[in-house]
Design a binder for this molecule. Sequence first.
Ligand code: HEM
Length: 153
Amino acid sequence: MNEGLRGTAAPPAADIILLLEIAMGVGLVAGTWFARTGLFRQHAWCQSTIVLFNLAVIVLGMIPSFRVQVLPRIPAKLEKSYFALAAAHATLGSITEILGLYILLAAGTELLPEKIRLTRYKLWMRSALVLWWLVLFLGFATYARWYVPNLFR
Ligand code: HEM
């Protein structure tokens, strides 16, 4: 058995994803503080970098794992917490990342047609941050279910 973080059974890739995701979650909160103190350029750079970096982590790390470990067992094994947690995490995670990319395009560029640009920035950005942290906790739960023995049994 592998020896991951603090003696869990996690492979190194999972531990790296876990640490990167914690750093990004904290980074987004730091970026919120930039906005609150009027540093809007820094805010925009910080949040955009995290949303794009997260896209890379999803595409390179999480989607491949999802396709191998979870997708073939949906819907047959969805009653098992092992797959249900990961599926809920992946669904909400996809929505949140797409929302992050949409906000980035709508607030930071003029690429989108006028009709679908944002007007209520604060509401959308706050909602995205709350959703992100929810997804992060579902990611922690997935990690715990997958790699911390005897926790759920
Ligand atoms: C805001 C977006 C997301 C955040 C913050 C996030 C966060 C996390 C965290 C902290 C973990 C635990 C580390 C690990 O077990 O590797 C994790 C695992 C995982 N996530 Fe995500 N995630 C996001 C989006 C997604 C998406 C879009 C998918 C799939 C379509 C996905 C699928 C998975 C899977 C399958 C695992 C288990 C990976 C493994 O250990 O092999 N996640 N995620």
